[in-house]
Write a protein that binds this ligand. Sequence first.
Ligand SMILES: [Zn+2]
Length: 149
Amino acid sequence: MTRCIEANVSTLRCETEGHLTPYVTFIGDTDMVTADLGSLSSIISAEVVLAELKTGETFNQPSDMFESRINKLLERDDLRFVHLRRIDQEDIPAGLSFQEYKKVYSPARLVFACPRCGADCFAIRTESPKAFEQRGGKLKLIGDLTLRE
Ligand SMILES: [Zn+2]
């Protein structure tokens, strides 16, 4: 049975070299829905490859089993797993009124490691898969997967 998955595509930009990397975030009601899905980003073009993980596969460096399996399968060497480095969240002082809280609140910022140079990189845009493809991006699905519009 074809598995229907939901995802957004972000464009990450690194702060030192300005490298742009497409990055897919899977959307699910629970972690169970997306736990066995993985995505790899090309370091040479605006392309993301999505696939299901096999049992026991991990994203851990230095030996990323998923990354090496998919590169081998597609006879490529430009696909990388993009690692989340940390989450920046400003401290919000206790005891604020809701109005004050709204003024100081900023959403948590995800900091990734640029797959090209290792510098910190951040999402500068997040869009639907369709919008990403309309801008010339490519999404490649491996196996019996389809993306929900
Ligand atoms: Zn970079």
